[in-house]
Design a protein around this ligand. Structure first.
Ligand code: ATP
Length: 237
């Protein structure tokens, strides 16, 4: 169609010396869609995210972002203006504003000062503008990382356990911001989490990975019943 998915992954594989970490997975993320990547430790979730990010080279398979073949890009992640990673650690010795300026420059964001001011407001970070990121709490650092990721208005957000170290109220706040992002039609989200309550609340669709393969996929509120289980958690057993 004329409107390709923001992310399309086809027969993606990644092998290390003795491990097949990702074993031929295929899936798509549509615009306005939050897709959860679930599975036990070692299933291959982070490896998948890192290949989509362009920081890890696939052994085989194809990744298209907005219909563009990732392997055909001259350079990888940082220069790719249409997507972003969250939860890459930010330089702790730079202040919030310095971090946002630095990444704004790397991403080539237009009218960067205005964009930064808007994001400081949106993420409730104005009072921390001149605070070094290294001294912020986990939740505050996550908000900075999200603001940084949204600098360039990405069409695909990749979130590897963004709420893992957050208290319930801060985690809820972060989820609301992510939902807001897709609700505005800005883009799609690929999200990993081990919190099944959160997954049910947030994800439009989930992929359940195990040992490098996608075993199941569907609506997180229907998937357990479709497979004779009472809860999402039971899919892990
Ligand atoms: P978790 O939930 O624990 O974060 P995950 O689903 O993100 O797990 P991955 O980190 O993608 O899992 O790891 C998938 C498999 O690949 C694991 O068995 C891991 O040990 C292996 N692996 C990852 N990176 C390497 C590497 N650089 N060299 C060798 N094996 C690796």
């Amino acid at each position: 169609s004329s409107n390709p998915p923001v992310l399309s992954v086809r027969e993606l594989c990644k092998s290390y010396a003795s491990t097949v970490a990702v074993d031929g997975i295929s899936f798509e993320v549509g615009r306005n869609e939050i897709v959860g990547l679930l599975g036990p430790n070692g299933a291959g979730k982070t490896t998948t995210i890192n290949m989509v990010l362009g920081v890890l080279e696939p052994t085989s398979g194809a990744i298209h972002i907005q219909g563009v073949d990732l392997s055909k890009r001259r350079s990888q992640a940082l220069e790719y203006t249409n997507f972003a990673a969250v939860y890459a650690p930010l330089p702790g010795n730079l202040t919030v504003v310095q971090n946002l300026r630095y990444f704004g420059m790397i991403y080539g964001v237009k009218r960067v000062s205005e964009r930064i001011e808007a994001l400081l407001q949106e993420f409730d970070l104005a009072r921390f503008r001149d605070t070094k990121c290294g001294v912020l709490s986990s939740g505050e650092q996550t908000r900075v990382a999200l603001a940084k990721a949204m600098l360039n208005r990405p069409q695909l957000l990749l979130l590897d356990e963004p709420t893992a170290s957050l208290d319930p109220s801060t985690a809820r706040d972060i989820r609301a911001r992510i939902r807001d992002f897709t609700a505005k039609g800005t883009g799609g989200v690929l999200w990993t989490s081990h919190n099944m309550y959160e997954v049910e609340e947030v994800c439009d669709r989930v992929l359940f990975m195990s040992r490098g393969k996608v075993l199941l996929q569907g609506d997180p509120r229907k998937l357990p019943q479709e497979h004779g289980k009472a809860t999402l958690e039971e899919l892990f057993i």
